[in-house]
Design a protein around this ligand. Structure first.
Ligand SMILES: [Zn+2]
Length: 380
């Protein structure tokens, strides 16, 4: 919903893990991220070394952070030398597959662990390890800052697009046009949609900022307006259809008329019982190209099928004007629909009946007949 990819946290170019396949036992660290493997066994194996039996001591971990122990090998290893040594550095007993297991000399002042700690490679690898930890820490905090920023942007964009949608919904409900004749910045009247958006912007810094943003993410163009209106109409239609389905039975009211472009439009209205009352809800406009019985019947059935409305057994009524193509007892749409939906009783639209009554009434008054025929001539 925002300007583009620039809002997403970029992956930082920090190489935080390059884990080669290491020689040695499987039960010690296999990656830098894993950290040293320091098992606290209940009983470390005791082996005869020198004059007596000796074993690895878990208290050694505390003094040597880098120390790893493999239970399967009963050997010690150096975590940092294994993972952070420079390429080509010579292998020591702390990096070799067999590891170090001379427990007698392990804690000698100038041997074992301490001697290893003094080696140049170990010192370097310890530095590399601490640098690595510092970088991970920074990387994580940078990511979390980016993520927080991104999250905030997403929230703001959602609030903005919601406002755009609500203004469109308001203009649609009020049945007022969305667009103005001239929508440029210099225009004194940019139409209802932009006018209301600007009014809201006066009281909302967020909307103000987004509306004045440079670029193409304002979501105010006529194309976006139509897209959002289409989404909204889908939502309205979905809720109407779910109401109809909940109560199974429904009727249709269909009429045809020419639109401004002289194209024949079929308007389809559903009549159904829901929540204690009878509702009449507009379902769809369909352009009708074939105006004969078959063409119109197909259009109506296609429309019902498209919205998943089961007409064969659930359509219980159909209402049209008195035009013979719609209402004809044998040759009209009503009869055709009835052939597909046996319960769909035909009712001649009462409003059209009233219209016929009024036309006939006015015809019996000479003055009004003259008046209306004059109107007719003017129109023609
Ligand atoms: Zn080491």
């Amino acid at each position: 919903m925002s300007g583009g990819d620039s809002d997403k946290p970029q992956m930082l170019d920090i190489n935080i893990s390059t884990d080669p396949i290491l020689p040695g036992p499987h039960d010690i660290s296999q990656s830098r991220a894993a950290g040293p493997t320091q098992p606290h066994l209940k009983l470390f194996p005791r082996t005869m070394q020198g004059d007596r039996k000796r074993a690895f001591n878990k208290s050694w971990y505390a003094q040597h952070q880098w120390l790893e122990h493999s239970a399967s090998q009963d050997s010690a290893y150096c975590f940092t030398c294994r993972h952070f040594s420079l390429p080509g550095v010579q292998e020591t007993s702390f990096t070799s597959p067999l590891g170090y297991s001379n427990w007698k000399k392990a804690m000698y002042k100038d041997g074992g662990f301490r001697a290893h700690e003094k080696s140049e490679n170990h010192v370097n690898s310890m530095l590399a390890w601490s640098e690595h930890k510092r970088r991970i820490l920074t990387y994580t905090s940078v990511l979390s800052v980016l993520d927080e920023k991104h999250q905030k942007l997403v929230e703001q964009n959602r609030a903005y697009i919601k406002t755009v949608a609500e203004v469109l919904l308001f203009t649609a409900l009020q049945n007022i046009s969305q667009r103005g004749h001239i929508e440029t910045d210099a225009s004194t009247n940019k139409g209802n949609f932009l006018g209301i958006m600007e009014l809201i912007a006066k009281h909302s810094p967020l909307i103000d900022k987004k509306l004045k943003a440079v670029g193409n993410a304002k979501y105010t163009s006529n194309i976006i307006q139509n897209e959002i209106l289409a989404c909204l109409s889908d939502m309205v239609r979905e809720s109407i259809i779910s109401e109809v389905k909940e109560n199974t039975f429904f009727s249709i009211i269909v009429d045809e008329t020419k639109d401004l472009k002289k194209k024949e439009q079929l308007s389809i209205v559903l009549r159904y019982y829901y929540n204690g009352a009878v509702h009449e809800s507009f379902l769809d406009f369909k352009q009708a190209t074939e105006l004969d019985k078959e063409g119109l019947t197909q259009k109506i059935i296609q429309c019902l099928e498209r919205y998943g409305l089961e007409y064969r057994s659930n359509l219980v009524g159909q209402g049209y004007d008195g035009a013979s193509v719609m209402s004809g007892r044998h040759s009209g749409v009503a009869a055709s629909i009835r052939a597909n939906a046996k319960h769909a009783f035909y009712v001649h639209c009462k409003a059209h009946c009233l219209n016929l009554v009024l036309v006939d009434s006015t015809k019996s008054v000479p003055e009004s007949e003259t008046f209306f025929s004059l109107l007719q001539k003017l129109y023609v």
